[in-house]
Design a protein. Structure first.
Length: 346
């Protein structure tokens, strides 16, 4: 791989998340970002200066036409993803796209079809499963260290919708009709799939607590997995946090099995409790930034090897089915059974 030519990429979108992704691209082996594009030229110029990128554009089609590229990294809002994916695939470029990839399952399928028809790779930029504590937890599960797992719980809190909205550079969150599950819960749903396999049923309750936002800022989701495991996702963005530092994780994780219990704490520690004692792993403050590197390196490695990415389009359809299934369940107040073709019952 070291003797292979560098893959040349361009990024569309120079907003909040682009800073983390461009930093990660500088750590990735085998690829360079050679151009960026944003409708707001000031934002694009800022990223060019920060990361020493050779070219800047305000028209992404012009960028894709004029630059010699191997792939495009789409880091814009979901409503633009289908159009941009088609533009990249139509020019023979591999596509890495930010989550959530689309507003509907149909749009996601159209993005996947465009890439398949063009013979290019499509991967969703989902870094939750690449966080080191989740990789270690998956290893423990695969090794059988917890025995048979029957129960899991993810809890997340972020004080951002009260007393007034504060979304740390992502002000558009305030106007999204679907918020905490669509934008953040998708990370946890994908991580749950990574750890435990596929869910067969989903039940959700949601609420918009803050009067200053359009979407929900509280969600509780119950997943019934094919293995028999029950998983609870409990998150909100309005509650006053408990005393102490926010921590370096997105929340806490508890996984209980017949032979052991594993806990991911907000301080970045993972602890395995068994009859014989406990085992501890401590992860640093750079764990989440490094998960961006791992995700993007995985994309490049798959382009080199031809292997299907962990978060390929077809695989991500299963995560999106959970997202939209949660909204349907909350709307009708009933359990929703998930289908093999990712379509939700009417």
């Amino acid at each position: 791989m070291n003797d292979s030519p560098m893959l040349r990429g361009a990024m569309i979108g120079c907003g909040y998340i682009s800073e983390q992704q461009l930093w990660a691209w500088q750590q990735v082996q085998g690829a360079d970002i050679v151009a960026v594009c944003d409708l707001d030229e000031e934002k694009a110029q800022r990223r060019v200066a920060e990361f020493d990128i050779p070219a800047v554009y305000t028209d992404y089609r012009r960028m894709l036409d004029e630059e010699k590229l191997d792939f495009v990294d789409i880091a814009t809002q979901p409503s633009t993803h289908l159009e941009m994916t088609r533009a990249g695939a139509g020019r023979g470029l591999h596509v890495l796209c930010q989550k959530p990839i689309a507003a509907t399952i149909v749009e996601a399928e159209q993005m996947i079809a465009a890439c398949e028809e063009a013979g290019v790779r499509f991967m969703v930029n989902e870094n939750g499963r690449h966080q080191a504590w989740n990789r270690q937890l998956k290893q423990l599960l695969d090794e059988g260290a917890l025995g048979t797992v029957h129960n899991a719980r993810f809890v997340g809190r972020w004080r951002s919708t009260l007393p007034t909205p504060n979304f740390e550079g992502q002000a558009f969150f305030q106007h999204m009709p679907r918020l905490i599950v669509y934008e953040a819960g998708i990370h946890t749903l994908d991580t749950a799939r990574y750890l435990f396999g596929e869910a067969r049923r989903i039940y959700a309750r949601m609420a918009r607590v803050s009067p200053h936002i359009a979407g929900e800022d509280m969600a509780v989701i119950l997943l019934d997995f094919e293995s028999g495991l029950t998983c609870l996702l409990d998150s909100n963005w309005y509650a006053i946090p408990q005393p102490g530092p926010r921590g370096i994780t997105w929340g806490t994780t508890l996984v209980e099995g017949t032979e052991g219990t594993a806990v991911v704490n907000q301080d970045g520690s993972l602890v395995l409790y068994t009859e014989s004692g406990e085992q501890r792993w401590q992860f640093g403050e750079d764990t989440i930034p490094q998960s961006f590197v791992a995700t993007q390196q995985h994309f490049i490695d798959c382009l080199r090897s031809g292997e299907e990415p962990e978060t390929s389009g077809p695989k991500t359809l299963k995560t999106m089915a959970l997202v939209f299934g949660a909204y349907q369940s909350a709307e009708i107040g009933q359990v929703v059974t998930l289908t093999n073709d990712h379509r939700l019952p009417q």
